[in-house]
Design a binder for this molecule. Sequence first.
Ligand code: AMP
Ligand code: MG
Length: 412
Amino acid sequence: MIVDCCSAPGLKPYNEALEQILSSIVPIREIELLPLEDCLERILAEDLLSTNILPPWHCSAMDGYALNSGLYDANRPLTMVGSSFAGHPYDGKVNIGECIRIMTGACLPADCDAVVMQENVQLKDTKIIIEAMVEPWQHVRKAGSEVTIGEIVLNQGQRINPRNIGVAASLGLSKIPVFRQLRVAIFSTGDELVPPGGTLLSGQIYDSNRYSVAAVCKRLGYEVIDYGLVADDKEKIKAVMLEAAAIADVLLTSGGVSVGEADYVKPIIEEIGHIDLWKVAIKPGKPIAIGSIQQCKFFGLPGNPVSAMVTLNLLVQPAMQKLSGMELIPATIISAICDTKLNKKAGRRDFQRGTAYTGDQGNWHVSSTGSQGSAKLTSLSQGNCYIVLDENCTGVRAGEKVNVQLFDEVIR
Ligand code: AMP
Ligand code: MG
């Protein structure tokens, strides 16, 4: 068996590492009442109980005619005596032999219990002849059928999405309680790095990590404090770390966490804070420094861009989400037929990048995005999933089934 050369003893298996990271996180508790318009991606701080019923009254689900099904005589035409339009109810009586014109969303008059769709009716002047059976409550949305008083409509810890915003608005809420925003400080280390837009000299590359890391934090609804690029200089890195740790809940850096001569991040944290975990048995992403500086959680991401994104997504994101008060949602894992042969050494858990799709027979397939070098960002941006290969897997033949973890809505 070929064993992964980077799978040295002391690497923590992924599941254990994640458990350890999460167990050290105590969620923030400060709550703010925010206008609904500002709540997208924020975390709901309390269960939201409905104080109203929905719909507030019986209303029509169709454009047509409202009548009383119990008094209706199939052999007699009905006389139209009024109309109920959305926002303009009909307040009068509806007697035997009568109906009213009604539109979708309009209030059902007190004497009526059914709506006949206009497609099933012949209209002659002010009279209608119904060409179908009439059942009580047909095409009526009954008062309270959607939501009752006291019902939990949104749960504490939910990340507010556009659908949740709609629910809160439909109940008439203009503000909802959310946890305060997480403050995340970021910087990149590396003397070779130049911000996009600059000119590259020999040996330089563009800083991509700070931009992808900031984008993830913005998607998560966090406030990002960007300290830019910091040179490979121990004192400079230390100074920025101390400044950031004093104001942020989380500090995310990239680069300098390995054992190279310019890799200062780990020794600095050991000096000004502490490291809880350093190496995780995953590929890409082995060297990731996890710890804290005073009350600030610290995550030193690897410099290689794919490793930085993958460790951010798989290890740091759950930790930040727990810290932000969010209820964690397990990843979506599906079983798929692998179209491509995959190389893998025993030791670490691989998160290879792939493209999952439904095949002609309706079952899931996945194909590799190609070369899996941890510097090759396009292998990540072109895919839509991780092909998850467990620690003891030693490769996959084309046509074999594999576990696929679809990219979540944050990095998708
Ligand atoms: P390091 O962990 O600092 O040794 O970096 C590992 C590799 O990732 C090196 O090839 C770096 O040039 C590259 N790298 C480090 N930081 C970044 C960054 N912010 N953006 C793009 N590449 C980076
Ligand atoms: Mg570096």
